[in-house]
Design a protein around this ligand. Structure first.
Ligand SMILES: Nc1ncnc2c1ncn2[C@@H]1O[C@H](COP(=O)(O)OP(=O)(O)OP(=O)(O)O)[C@@H](O)[C@H]1O
Length: 201
């Protein structure tokens, strides 16, 4: 499967263009870094890829077709702040099973403990919450994962555990991943190649 961004341009309201002419292709199984200075629009581009935002120009396609607006989105986004990605009034079990029901095996690979699922979000650490958000994003129909500073807030051990789990799953399922990070070493270690987001590319 191929995820393709063609001639993408975006700006917020009447603000100047954030980026224009963004073009890239991501194949199943590929791990690609997305880098660029702060404020150049990496998060915005991630949101466009995952269908949360419409580009002003250009198209996002999967195997040549626009992504269906209804149903489970095959491009899933996990971003830096798990506490902003969840409903604080839902218990963790409901949050985890929002889009699909992760297997016990997946929970174990991601180090998710059963006991967490009966708690409220504010009763979990950032790392524990992020593990749940990652599991939630890894439904069987996820073809591409967009990891926008996914482990930036976490300690080195938690970061390594989450990435090891995600990379193992990606390999097994031939999932493509976009890794957004300011950590050059992480990008170097994980990615097959790197896309640089420049103004107007
Ligand atoms: N909802 C919004 N409305 C208006 N401007 C926004 C909005 N969201 C982001 N911006 C602006 O758009 C620009 C790009 O933001 P974005 O978060 O996409 O950049 P980024 O490259 O991911 O930055 P960082 O590396 O710091 O996370 C910034 O100048 C930001 O202030």
């Amino acid at each position: 499967m191929q995820l393709r961004a063609q001639n993408i341009a975006f700006r917020y309201g009447k603000e100047p263009w954030l980026f224009k002419h963004v073009n890239f292709t991501l194949n199943s199984g590929e791990i690609v870094g997305l880098v660029g200075p702060s404020g150049y629009g990496k998060t915005t581009l991630c949101r466009i890829l995952a269908g949360y935002e419409e580009p002003f120009e250009g198209t996002i396609t999967l195997d040549g077709y626009p992504v269906q607006k209804k149903g489970y989105h095959p491009v899933q986004l996990v971003f830096q702040h798990p506490e902003k990605a969840i409903n604080p009034r839902w218990k963790m079990g409901k949050i985890l099973n929002e889009g699909w029901q992760p297997s016990q095996e997946l929970l174990e690979v991601l180090g998710i403990e059963q006991e967490w699922l009966t708690r409220w979000p504010n009763e979990l650490s950032g790392g524990e919450l992020q593990r749940i958000c990652v599991a939630r994003a890894l439904g069987p129909n996820t073809r591409f994962l967009i990891a926008d500073e996914m482990t930036t807030m976490l300690d080195a051990i938690t970061q390594a555990q989450i990435w090891q789990a995600v990379m193992g799953i990606a390999k097994k399922r031939e999932m493509g991943i976009v890794v957004v990070s300011h950590e050059a070493k992480l990008i170097e270690r994980l990615c097959h190649r790197v896309i640089e987001l420049n103004h107007f590319n």
